[in-house]
Design a protein around this ligand. Structure first.
Ligand code: CP3
Length: 347
């Protein structure tokens, strides 16, 4: 099996089997990840050590029958490479230097030539060599809105009100920040593609925060600009947009960005999303991560429900958000086996 099912679906060819991967498939729920993470010292050291980061990227591929590996890094590499102070506090998530005025935005460095980007690209190149032929390597970055929200809040925040107000009032520094991130993210993805990434996912985890014309201007337009530019530089590389919480607007996003696929959160039903998409756009998702955590009969039912809603040639099986750290690895095996079994009966 040398064909890559993930790339087949993204390139509108019928795949040999339904492609499967999981957001956060590498991470704390894997004992072998926790071991390497302990040895690396900190999460960021792990991200910037190509040998270790590549090993972590490959860990889920060794364990399970998956169709894609996702580069092990973080969406906050981009602000870090632009000179923003960043650390991950144990049990607290990321803590960033706050970027929320004109002086701070003007102080951001250009991303090109940053050592952080060099390290991530080395991980991409090393990983590509270590992957079986049928497994595609996905590169990624955060969308400008989601990354800006972490920079404005200085880390994780329940409601992101400071960032959301800035998106509504649109002071000059906010528009400049979005513009700088759009450009830097594009250069970052371009570097990953040159290093060997075969498909790209753009994570807009907080897309559901914004509404109306603010959603259009701050979520949709910057992603559309990034994709237009990437197409010019790398016309053959497919792109998945995961605008989490976009709800009824996934169709409009697909239309505006011309992404090959859109990732869908678990609250949506995939058949109705599919009807709202351009005919050449696939869907990715959207098993509830809590069903994966639960396992058993509930998981089996939810997997069947998800895949019965989408034909194999337009579907990438995934979760509606990342694997929860308390998930049992046996449940991941169960979910993959269930997808393969249901497809065997359907085909
Ligand atoms: O396996 C994969 O999916 C690839 C690696 C990956 C990570 N982060 C590793 C990680 C990817 C694709 C991301 C994306 C990411 N990072 C997003 C978008 C997706 C989403 O979850 O909505 C966001 C918002 C971030 C920012 C981030 N990174 C936060 C808020 C946190 C803390 C919360 C948490 O889960 O711990 C991180 C840390 C992080 N990124 C970990 C991992 C494996 C845990 C770090 C650890 O080992 O302690």
């Amino acid at each position: 099996m040398g064909r890559k099912a993930l790339l087949d679906v993204l390139k509108r060819k019928t795949p040999e089997r339904r492609p499967i991967w999981f957001m956060r498939q590498a991470g704390r729920y894997l004992p072998e990840y926790r071991k390497l993470r302990g040895e690396a010292g900190s999460f960021l050291e792990l991200c910037y050590s190509p040998g270790l980061a590549s090993e972590v990227t490959l860990q889920p591929i060794r364990r399970y029958d998956l169709d894609a590996a996702i580069l092990f890094a973080d969406i906050l590499v981009v602000p870090h490479a632009m000179g923003v102070g960043l650390r991950f506090a144990e049990g607290e998530g990321p803590i960033l230097e706050v970027i929320a005025d004109g002086t701070a935005v003007k102080g951001l460095k250009a991303l090109q030539g940053a050592k952080e980007v060099g390290a991530v690209c080395e991980t991409v190149a090393m990983t590509r060599h270590g992957l079986p032929d049928h497994v595609a390597l996905i590169g990624f970055c955060g969308a400008p809105w989601t990354v800006a929200s972490y920079m404005i809040e200085g880390g994780t925040s329940d409601e992101r009100l400071k960032a959301r107000l800035a998106a509504h009032h649109r002071p000059g520094w906010f528009s400049d920040l979005i513009e700088r991130l759009t450009e830097a993210s594009c250069d970052y993805l371009s570097a990953q593609i040159k290093a060997g990434a075969e498909a790209i996912q753009i994570f807009d985890s907080w897309a559901g925060d914004l509404t109306g014309d603010v959603f259009e201007d701050v979520v949709v337009a910057p992603i559309a600009t990034m994709i237009r530019e990437l197409r010019k530089r790398h016309p053959a590389i497919p792109i998945i947009v995961f605008a989490r919480g976009a709800g009824s607007k996934h169709g409009a996003i697909a239309e505006a960005t011309r992404a090959e696929a859109v990732g869908i959160e678990q609250a949506m039903e995939l058949d109705s999303v599919l009807r709202s998409l351009p005919k050449d756009c696939a869907v990715q998702g959207n098993l509830d991560p809590v069903a994966l955590l639960a396992g058993g009969e509930l998981l089996a039912r939810r997997v069947t429900d998800v895949i019965r809603r989408v034909p194999i040639e337009r579907h990438i099986f995934n979760l509606g958000h990342g694997v929860k750290p308390a998930t049992d690895v046996a449940h991941v095996m169960q979910a993959i086996a269930a997808v393969r079994a249901v497809d065997a009966k359907l085909l």
